[in-house]
Design a protein around this ligand. Structure first.
Ligand code: ATP
Ligand code: MG
Length: 557
């Protein structure tokens, strides 16, 4: 792939791959992998890694594996694994061949550990975790060798074998690599390769009571699968020498190249499965797919198109610099896609009854309106117009200056896709609350402006008698802090008003027969989606996806 083939400038990873191909490295093969730990649902940060890994494989006609990094059985579950598979497919990607699991390689990993022991490159250590910590040293001071470091190979082999056989309690011993306790890179100070942990594993059951550590497992799994470019986030940069050390010291052909890129961080959001789990467990949200969640399933339920997420990720670029991306950019991508594909419809969230006194009582006009203003191929919809309609409470004021381009007592406004009306009277209840408007319409204004006067302002409406009642949920940001992860307790900055439910909403009848998951633009309100779980024709439920305009710009980040 070159700059000219693909109009966009190449990112640094594409440059590396191009060079590898030019040098004949890996016989020109490009093989990546996406390696999630099935300990929670995927979030927007993972979307970046997915788009990058699968995207690179696609661009270079290579392969991308899906591998579950299931070496820490405590928090892993099949529900998470299934959700991860569904999310990747929904984002528009397909992994090569079968799904892989780090646990598929437990036996091979064990054999490679034996190989290291035999080469006198690993030893069984009996220091307690506290002692190990003391021996490790710190950035300023080198570490000290463990007193167990010089055990004979035969003794190490015997102990490691007995660790596997379950002869020792959890935590009693570990297998460590024998590298360099004085290394300036603390990761290289005889890192732990195996620990004893009696835990039931979702795939291997109770077969194992020792589990390999991430740094030992990951590189070997990559090599076994023939991965050429192992893309990971920046925090693994100082693990790279260990990645290479393991591969260099075992008998395996393939030597994948680890390349680090910066994580995607989003303002006002959390991208850590652990913290997202806290939101679920504390019932701060209604599940992993709550539309306020930055999970892929939450964004899907919120109505974000997969295409918009892919475009957003593309816009954020691939670099080695950590930075925080504005929520406005994500919403921009969502609007861009929805503006093109979402049919228009009218819904009134806070209905206020309006009676058109000069309109016949039993008359129903079936007005036609385009489903999309720029895309005629979407066809037209029928909107019933009747004597009684609803408008939004926010679209009426008894008095106002000219800046309020909606309905004012004694003035005119256009009803979108219909006529011009004038408000003549306001009816209030005993408490003084406006409960009805009395109006007149100008029958010569359907699809044309009156000739003798200018009418400014257009408002949306639905028929009172021929509309359908619906519930509409509107969302605001989940956190009041631009960097919730930096707060001492991020649950303290949860926005108490992040969900607003409009239970009295009214929608035009064409919306009552839509499909769950369908996107719409509710004219003048924003983009909404028919809820993918709870929408029914009897009880239509819509989620707000995003407003029509950016509301983040005026917030101080
Ligand atoms: P979390 O802290 O949310 O659990 P993780 O990195 O531990 O994240 P994994 O399941 O191990 O989650 O991640 C799978 C892949 O996704 C890894 O390669 C990881 O680097 C990548 N990834 C995770 N978070 C981000 C992010 N914010 N931006 C880019 N890539 C990410
Ligand atoms: Mg992880």
């Amino acid at each position: 792939m070159s700059d000219s083939e693909n109009q966009k400038p190449l990112n640094f990873i594409q440059h590396i791959i191009n060079e590898d191909i030019a040098n004949g490295k890996n016989q020109g093969r490009v093989h990546t992998r996406f390696p999630p730990e099935p300990n929670g649902y995927l979030h927007i940060g993972h979307a970046k890694s997915i788009c990058l890994n699968f995207g690179i494989a696609e661009q270079y006609k290579g392969q991308c594996n899906l591998r579950f990094d299931d070496t820490n059985p405590a928090k892993e579950s099949d529900e998470y694994a299934k959700a991860i598979e569904a999310d990747i497919r929904w984002l528009g990607f397909q992994w090569a061949g079968d799904i892989h699991h780090a646990s598929d390689y437990f036996e091979q990993l064990y054999q490679f550990a034996i190989e290291l022991i035999e080469k006198n490159l690993a030893f069984v250590d009996e220091l307690t975790p506290e002692q190990m910590q003391q021996y490790r040293g710190n950035f300023a001071e080198p570490g000290k060798n463990s007193p167990y470091r010089d055990r004979p190979v035969a003794e190490n082999l015997d102990l490691f074998h007995r660790m596997r056989a379950g002869e020792f309690e959890d935590g009693k011993m570990v297998l460590r690599a024998k590298i360099d306790m004085a290394s300036p890179n603390i990761k290289m100070r005889d890192p732990v390769l195996y620990r004893i942990k009696r835990m039931h594993h979702i795939r291997t059951g109770d077969k194992w009571c020792i589990y390999p550590m991430y740094d030992f497992t990951h590189c070997i799994s990559d090599a076994i699968e023939g991965v050429t470019h192992s893309l990971c986030t920046l925090e693994f940069e100082d693990h790279r020498p260990l990645y290479d050390w393991v591969i260099d010291n075992i008998s395996i052909e393939c030597h994948p190249q680890q390349i680090e890129f910066s994580r995607l961080n989003l303002a006002y959001t959390i991208t850590s499965k652990r913290k997202l789990t806290q939101l679920i467990e504390g019932h701060y949200v209604n599940g992993w797919d709550d539309p306020r969640m930055p999970t892929i399933s939450g964004m899907r339920r919120r109505g974000y198109p997969a295409e918009a997420i892919r475009e957003f990720v593309e816009l954020t670029g691939v670099t080695k610099k950590n930075h925080v991306v504005d929520m406005a950019l994500l919403e921009f991508s969502v609007r861009e896609v929805l503006n093109k594909k979402a049919p228009r419809a009218m819904a009134v969230l806070r209905p206020l009854k309006l009676v058109i006194e000069n309109y016949p009582e039993d008359k129903v006009e079936q007005l036609q309106a385009p489903r999309h203003p720029q895309d005629e191929s979407m066809g037209k919809r029928t909107i019933p117009f009747t004597r009684e309609i609803y408008i939004d409470q926010e679209d009426f004021r008894e008095q106002s200056n000219n800046k309020f381009k909606r309905l004012v007592l004694g003035k005119e406004v256009r009803l979108r896709n219909a006529y011009v009306i004038r408000c003549d009277e306001v009816i209030k209840d005993a408490a003084g609350k406006i409960c009805e408007l009395r109006c007149h319409y100008d029958e010569n204004t359907l699809g044309k402006n009156p000739e003798d006067r200018k009418v400014k302002g257009v408002i949306h409406w639905v028929s009172a008698t021929a509309s359908v009642s619906a519930i509409v949920r509107r969302y605001d940001r989940l956190f009041n802090s631009a960097n919730p992860a930096a707060e001492e307790d991020f649950t303290q900055c949860i926005n108490p008003d992040s969900l607003n439910e409009y239970t009295q909403a009214r929608i035009e009848p064409s919306l009552a027969s839509c499909q769950p998951g369908e996107n719409f633009q509710f004219e003048r309100e924003g983009y909404f989606v028919a809820d993918s779980e709870d929408y029914t024709a009897e009880k239509p439920l819509f989620n707000m996806t995003v407003g029509l305009r950016d509301t983040w710009a005026r917030m101080d980040v």
